[in-house]
Design a protein around this ligand. Sequence first.
Ligand code: ZN
Length: 206
Amino acid sequence: MDKHSPALFLGDALALDFLNSVATPVDTPVDWIEDGQGLLRWLEQAGLVSRETLESLQAQALPGELDKVADQARNLREWFRAFVRAHKGKPLKPEALAELEPLNRLLERDEGFGRVVTRRTEAGEIFDFQPMRKWRSPEALLLPVGEAIGRFVCTEDFSNVKACEGPVCTLLFADHTRGHRRRWCSMAMCGNRAKQAAHRDRVRQA
Ligand SMILES: [Zn+2]
């Protein structure tokens, strides 16, 4: 697995998937947003920015400009990782608002507007109010990520935010299972490894 493989979307929340855009799925660390091209691929896979918008921003970008935005995206990611690590596992307290100032500074740069469109449904074509934003520069690519983080902070119960119990795994997820017993980023990656390790222990003891 490398940065050209599809990114991981196991967090059950886009804001956590953003944190999981650097991970060690096998034994080599992969950073999916290591550079500008990686950031564009991740944003498209996450469904945060349309391919059309990404292509037009790429066509207009100056050399190195997208890589700089990827640097900023990684800074945003690591800032938010520290916030999530500090607050996960318990309800988020209103006092945490002061720590979110950098996020609010990012969000205030957003230039959103709405557009009336028609959309095809099973019942025929209907009118729809579609939120849009102006993409004045490649830096605007950080805005949908900021929006996902902002919505996550406002809607997610941080009691359910957990780190995978895999011994070397760094992935985070929101546990939306009914009994809140989720322990692994995924069965395929860490769950089965833990099962195999437990099995080896049992065999050794027997
Ligand atoms: Zn894991």
